[in-house]
Design a protein around this ligand. Structure first.
Ligand code: NAG
Ligand code: NAG
Ligand code: NAG
Ligand code: NAG
Ligand code: NAG
Length: 457
């Protein structure tokens, strides 16, 4: 009888231990791949920045201390020795539309070919991608898989009811790219895109890699884990930003992420990053974005006030603040965009001394008469910071879609800063022939002044 009791007690103890061990491992994680010997204490923070742009050939806009996106991405691929990791909203490098034989489609095919040949250089390629509607795969990703790439698919509909809009690269855990361009031949030809490449910056890349690892884990899952591994926690945030040197100038940087449910402990959400950049601005805020629509549109449309109220507060309370918004217009632009921008503008009466100006980047007229956007640039620059993110400023995207952003803060220095360089890019576009001032009386805003298209982009 006594020994039977003993047995039950021991059995219970063993069960408890097993449960404890299981709990510990689920939190600490055992799946991990090592981080190539790069650790938070042993990483590089003396980095080089390359601002990359794609400027369509038919626009006469000069590069401004920037290099072409194609050249920037090829430089990254040439440097790769061990690994290339890519997240892109969609894959369309090998154009299969009627435009496939256009000279503009060539760069996409070359890039795809380069990615396929990574294997022959013993460089691994890992890709995280969203599902395209009902299809689990995409023919291009299948081709990459056949040439040795590892592809993980995320069902964003199930995870957050949004899209995977993230667009970034990690190379050898040392170099990174974040920008508006995805793996789409149009991003390398007919669209205007803007991004940033940072070389030799393993400290910052380590943190961005944690977001990649988070996506990697979510393959085929239809729910989020209730507890994230510690190895996915953010390393830096707004209060404890990474101190680094960018091109020989002091800077602070951190990475933000969206949606909220994809943000483990300490990770700054994109909306918080946008808020702090707006709040820290003293004299100007310049925003270049395809859409500005503070609305959520799910079962029924709702006002989504977060960014709109931050801008209102800044305009009213800061005094002598100059806000410029450059949006990109096309047939898909929601007409209410104009009303929202106009209402912001109306706040700045003379006594407040603030100013809000809005312009739109002219669309391209396609052969079927429809107007499509040219610019997909997504960034904000102020007197002290740059925020460059993947998401459009629409309630639906910021609330539900996956994206990443990078914030760089720099004080004025004897050397030219990244913040000043991004400002120069904004000012070049703002004053170019391809922008028009927003007119409250003209509906739709982008009906006149277009760039003619003789391709079928
Ligand atoms: C690219 O498209 C062409 C024709 O559209 C096709 O022959 C070729 O196999 C495709 N390449 C890849 C890598 O998918
Ligand atoms: C997946 O896409 C291919 C073309 O890309 C199409 O032929 C096929 O029918 C699609 N499959 C499903 C289940 O929709
Ligand atoms: C993605 O998730 C949604 C919602 O859970 C589900 O209806 C859909 O079938 C899933 N897609 C695939 C390809 O499994
Ligand atoms: C400016 O750049 C030079 C070299 O390019 C560097 O030695 C110097 O420290 C920089 N100045 C500041 C204030 O960072
Ligand atoms: C909201 O979505 C519905 C359909 O999904 C669409 O008809 C409507 O134009 C959208 N409204 C806004 C303001 O985006």
């Amino acid at each position: 009888m006594k020994s039977q009791h003993k047995c039950i007690v021991i059995f219970a103890l063993v069960c408890c231990c097993a449960l404890l061990i299981a709990l510990i491992f689920s939190a600490v994680d055992v799946w991990g791949d090592d981080e190539d010997g790069i650790t938070v204490d042993k990483c590089s923070r003396t980095c080089r920045v390359v601002l990359v742009e794609n400027i369509p050939e038919d626009l006469s806009i000069p590069y401004k201390d920037t290099v072409s996106l194609t050249a920037g991405l090829h430089e990254l691929l040439d440097k790769a020795r061990r690994s290339v990791e890519i997240v892109s909203p969609w894959w369309a490098l090998n154009s299969t539309t009627s435009g496939s034989n256009l000279p503009q489609a060539k760069q996409g095919k070359i890039l795809l070919h380069q990615l396929k040949s990574l294997r022959s250089r013993s460089v691994s390629l890992r890709v995280a991608s969203g599902l395209t509607d009902s299809n689990w795969t995409n023919s291009e990703l299948e081709a990459l898989t056949r040439s040795g790439a590892d592809v993980h698919y995320l069902n964003m509909t199930a995870l957050s009811r949004g899209q995977l809009s993230s667009s970034f690269w990690l190379v050898d855990r040392k170099h990174m790219y974040i920008g508006s361009a995805g793996m789409d031949w149009r991003s390398l030809s007919t669209m205007k895109e803007f991004g940033i490449i940072i070389h030799d910056c393993s400290c910052l890349v380590l943190d961005l890699h944690r977001i990649f690892s988070l996506y990697w884990q979510l393959q085929y899952k239809d729910f989020l884990p209730s507890i994230w591994s510690k190895r996915l926690y953010a390393l830096y945030n707004g209060d404890e930003a990474l101190q680094l040197r960018l091109d020989d100038t002091e800077a602070e940087a951190y990475i933000s992420s969206s949606p909220d449910v994809f943000c483990p402990k300490d990770r700054v959400k994109d909306i918080e990053a946008i808020k702090s950049v707006i709040q820290e601005a003293k004299t100007f805020i310049y925003i270049s974005i395809p859409d500005y629509l503070p609305m959520l549109n799910r079962s029924k449309p709702k006002y989504w006030s977060l960014i709109d109220s931050m801008l209102r507060e800044a305009l009213i309370l800061k005094g002598k603040l100059d806000v410029r918004v450059l949006i990109s217009c096309g047939d898909e632009t929601e007409p209410l965009t104009r009303n929202f921008l106009w209402s912001l503008r109306a706040l700045c009466v003379e006594s407040l001394r603030c100013s809000l100006e809005a312009k739109f980047f002219v669309p391209r007229e396609r052969s079927d008469g429809r107007l499509s956007r040219i610019s997909r640039s997504r960034f904000m620059v102020t007197d002290s910071s740059v925020y460059l993110g993947n998401l459009n400023w629409l309630g639906n995207e910021l609330a539900f879609s996956a994206g990443v952003g990078v914030v760089i803060r720099q004080r004025l220095s004897e050397n030219i800063t990244v913040v000043e360089r991004v400002k120069a890019v904004f000012e070049r576009d703002w004053h170019s022939h391809y922008t028009k001032t927003l007119d409250p009386h003209q509906i739709p805003v982008c009906s006149t002044h277009t760039v003619k298209d003789n391709t079928s982009a």
